[in-house]
Every structure is written in structure tokens, then in C-alpha cells.
Design a protein around this ligand. Structure first.
Ligand SMILES: *Cc1c(COP(=O)(O)O)cnc(C)c1O
Length: 471
């Protein structure tokens, strides 16, 4: 509650004492192997050394004058990932990797800003065309009227990440401008409904900015049928963006990369380094299939981010940016494609194992396991019979929702183990609360998974005995 800026400096020692006493004990141990609810987990040791180097060098990636070699290092990692996802011919990479005014992608501070950059470029290409400075000319509302559109929309399912609602508000749209395409029982987009929605949007005079596919939805791990969506988008000349912030890591795995089939159809791809690449917060990538696409986002100044320069500040939503791409480049080399492939394979094996454990308890209902994300919920004893006979009513589901919310809440405050919770649309029950486990921490073993379920069972005992929950 202290809002007083100290007049006189305190010693570093005293400051550290205070930090150790009042703050650090209450941070979250994101590397804890029994905390299987977040997308943030353990980092390899060398990353801490590199982070120190990043801070010491204090490069600013906004422009060449404050970053020099690191700008080209950054372009290397982006091209490596571009090649991983798009696999274009060798001469494409030879030509574009360090070519002026050409960009295979950008580094962004997060998946949210990566998504924003993608949709901004899609909007600008549609409305402004290849102008030098889109934001310097007319407003989007003027241009929409001039081009005879009633409004603009974006198409995607309800499992689209909430950052798209931020993106829309930044690019001049409301959440009502999201046309929700229907999804199947696992949350995957239904291509037939996409075609339907495209037709009705066009009939109503709407400009379709983009179709968004998700590869590894945050809540369910679901992957939209990218190949089919890509072909529909191409056929209708609509921009196709894939949010692979989480699931993009599948591309490293020989065993699972076919789940991303069709991702190469995307005009742009969001991928997060600080998720399944085990890098510090603040490093995401937005890849663009066409190396000229980012030109639609270009905004220049005279002192930096100059036209015809390598200054990345011309193209990124962020201005000043740290040299975190050193960590990305290092990991791509030190862990490599095989290493990341092994890590993702292992995570998925663990998820399969955890799903089986959940089912074997008899007390939990496994809702779904997609890649390494699991949705499940506890079914109290009095409802088990009706659950097995598929006779759960809306009212009973509300009670089960309340119990599961309480289990998760208690589990968090107890602090021994952790899973998260969310609300999803279920094919039979409608909207329900589910527990959500994310299996990506390499330190997590099967024994830790057992501990999580044991902890939850003990909370159930506590809750029902204490009459907090009365079935
Ligand atoms: C995490 C996530 C994002 C947002 O990433 P931030 O780095 O938190 O901004 C976007 N989309 C999906 C699918 C995600 O899982």
C-alpha cells in the first residue's frame, strides 16, 4: 500500500532484504512439477545466463543503430521458423533472409501483439493497398464507405483467443464484428459452416478482414482443420491467419507434426517462444508467408525506422524491444529440432497418461484430451449413476459446476498442486465448468500427476464433509 517515492535512496542490501521478505515468498513457482495448469513452466538453466547477457548488452531492436548484428540474428531465427512452418524452397530463404524491405516475420512481445500485427496487415492490405504510410492517410471508416462496405468482420470459432477481441478494438472493430463459426464436439471449426458464414457476410455487404484458425486452442488444445479452412479462404480470396501460439510447437515433432497439416496455407502464423519453447516471457513471433506483407504495416520516421532501412521499428507494433531473440536463437540451436520434438512428444505422452489416470479414478469425467491439454471434471457420488446413464440435468450440471469451481479454488489456495479451470461449450451438457490441465513442464513425472489427483480427492472429501457443498 506504499505510494510514497523514497526521497533518499535505500541501500541495495536493505532493498533485497525487503524483496526477500515481502515479495519473493509469495510469487508462483511456475517451474513446480505439480503445477500443471499454466502455459508457463520451467526454463533451461542457460537461459538465465543469456537473459543476463541481454540485459548487459542492452540492445534496442527498434533500429540498426542500437542493435546492429542482433537485427540480423533475429532475422535468422525468424527465417528458421518460417522454414519450419512453410518449408518454401531453398532459394526463397537465400533471397529473403537478409534482404532489405523483405520480412519473413517479426518478433513481438507476445502472442497477443503477434495476432494484432497479422490482422493489422490484413486490414491494411484490403483497405489501403500498398501505400507507404497507411496510418498517415484516410480513416478506415472513410475507406469502407468509399469502397461500398457496410462494416468489417473477422471469422473464427468461440475458441479463438481473447486477444483477438483486443486486436479488433485496436483496429477499429467491436466484439460484435466477430462472426462465430460453429465448432464440433471437440471445439474444431466446421468448414461447411465457414462457407455458409462467408456467403452471408458477403451478401450483407461486410468486408471480411480474415479467417482465423487456431492450432492448439488455449482452453482445449483443439486444432481447427487448417487444410480445409485454408482452401476455403483461398477460394474466396480471404486472408487466413493461424494462431499457433501454443500448438505451433508440434511442428518440431516428426510424430505429431501432421496435426498441423495445412498450416502452410496460412498468410500468417502466430507462435510463442515463451510457451512451448521454454523461453522467458516476452518473445513471440508472427510469420508472414509473403515477405512483402509486412509492408502494409510500415510506418516510418526520419530519425529511426527509416524507409529502406533494416530498422524493425518500421514494422512492429512495439517500438523499443529487447534482444530476447538471442535466447530464441540459442535455444533453436542448443535444443534444436530433435530436442524440441522430444519435449513435445513427451508432453503429449504425459497427457495421454494423465487422461488414462483420470478415467481410472472413476470419480472424474474426462471431457477431452487434445494434444497436451486436458479438460475434466469431478462427478460427486450421488450423481454417478445418472452420469453413467447420461441423465444429468441442467440443474445437476450447475451443481457439478459449483463443486468443480470450488475444488479448483481450494487447490490454488492450498498451494500444493495446481490445475486451472475454464468454461467450455459441451455437445450434450451445454456450457460447463471444467478443470484444465496443461502438460508441458519437462520436470513433471507420472508420480506428480498422481499427486495432483490425490490432492483433488482430498479437497473433495474436505468440501463434502464440511457441508460447503450439499448435493
Ligand atoms: C497464449 C496464447 C495467446 C496470447 O499470447 P500472449 O503471449 O499471452 O500474448 C494467443 N493465442 C493462443 C492460442 C494462446 O495460447
Amino acid at each position: 500500500m506504499n505510494s510514497v517515492l523514497p526521497d533518499d535512496p535505500v541501500s541495495l542490501e536493505r532493498y533485497y532484504d525487503w524483496l526477500n521478505e515481502d515479495v519473493l515468498p509469495y510469487t508462483i513457482d511456475t517451474a513446480a512439477p505439480t503445477f500443471i495448469g499454466h502455459m508457463t513452466s520451467a526454463l533451461p538453466e542457460y537461459v538465465h545466463d543469456l537473459s543476463r547477457l541481454v540485459s548487459r548488452l542492452n540492445q534496442n531492436l527498434v533500429k540498426i543503430e542500437t542493435s546492429k548484428s542482433v537485427t540480423f540474428l533475429e532475422r535468422e531465427c525468424i527465417a528458421m521458423l518460417h522454414r519450419l512452418f512453410y518449408g518454401l524452397p531453398e532459394d526463397f530463404y537465400q533471397e529473403h533472409i537478409q534482404k532489405l524491405n523483405s520480412n519473413t516475420g517479426i518478433i513481438a512481445s507476445g502472442g497477443s501483439t503477434a495476432n494484432l500485427s497479422a490482422l493489422l496487415s490484413a486490414r491494411n492490405r484490403l483497405l489501403y493497398g500498398p501505400a507507404d504510410e497507411p496510418a498517415g492517410s484516410k480513416s478506415i471508416y472513410f475507406l469502407l464507405r468509399e469502397q461500398g462496405y457496410r462494416d468489417m468482420v473477422v471469422l473464427g470459432t468461440e475458441l479463438m483467443h481473447y486477444s483477438f477481441r483486443k486486436t479488433l478494438s485496436v483496429i477499429g472493430l467491436g466484439s460484435e464484428n466477430i462472426v462465430r463459426v460453429a465448432n464440433d464436439a471437440l471445439g474444431r471449426m466446421i468448414p461447411g459452416d465457414l462457407e455458409e458464414k462467408i456467403r452471408s457476410c458477403r451478401k450483407e455487404g461486410m468486408l471480411i478482414v480474415a479467417v482465423i484458425g487456431v492450432a492448439g486452442s488455449t482452453e482445449r488444445g483443439s486444432i481447427d482443420p487448417l487444410l480445409q479452412i485454408g482452401s476455403i479462404a483461398r477460394q474466396h480470396h480471404i486472408y487466413f491467419h493461424v494462431d499457433a501460439a501454443w500448438g505451433g510447437a508440434l511442428a518440431f515433432s516428426e510424430k505429431h507434426r501432421m496435426l498441423l497439416e495445412g498450416i502452410e496455407e496460412a498468410d500468417s502464423i502466430t507462435f510463442c517462444g515463451h510457451k512451448q519453447l521454454y523461453l522467458p516471457q516476452g518473445i513471440s513471433i508472427c510469420l508472414f508467408k509473403d515477405p512483402a506483407q509486412l509492408g502494409y504495416n510500415a510506418i516510418t520516421a526520419n530519425y529511426q525506422a527509416k524507409a529502406d532501412s533494416f530498422d524493425t521499428g518500421r514494422f512492429t507494433v512495439e517500438g523499443s524491444r529487447p534482444a530476447l531473440s538471442i535466447c530464441l536463437h540459442a535455444s533453436l540451436c542448443v535444443i534444436g529440432k530433435r530436442g524440441y520434438g522430444l519435449l513435445i512428444d513427451r508432453s503429449i505422452d504425459h497427457a495421454v497418461c494423465f487422461a488414462r489416470m483420470i478415467e481410472e479414478t472413476g470419480g472424474f469425467e474426462l471431457i477431452s484430451r487434445q494434444i497436451n491439454i486436458i479438460n475434466y471434471r469431478y462427478i460427486p457420488l450421488p450423481f454417478r449413476e445418472r452420469w453413467r446413464n447420461r441423465e444429468l440435468t441442467v440443474e445437476i450440471n450447475r451443481q457439478i459446476d459449483a463443486l468443480n469451481s470450488e475444488i479448483q479454488n481450494r487447490q490454488f489456495h492450498k498451494g500444493m498442486t495446481f490445475v486451472s479451470k475454464t468454461t467450455i461449450g459441451h455437445a450434450i451438457y451445454g456450457r460447463i465448468v471444467v478443470l484444465r490441465a496443461v502438460l508441458s513442464n519437462p520436470l513433471t513425472t507420472q508420480e506428480h500427476l498422481r499427486q495432483v489427483l490425490k490432492d483433488q480427492f482430498s479437497i473433495v472429501d474436505e468440501l463434502i464433509e464440511n457441508q460447503v457443498y450439499e448435493p
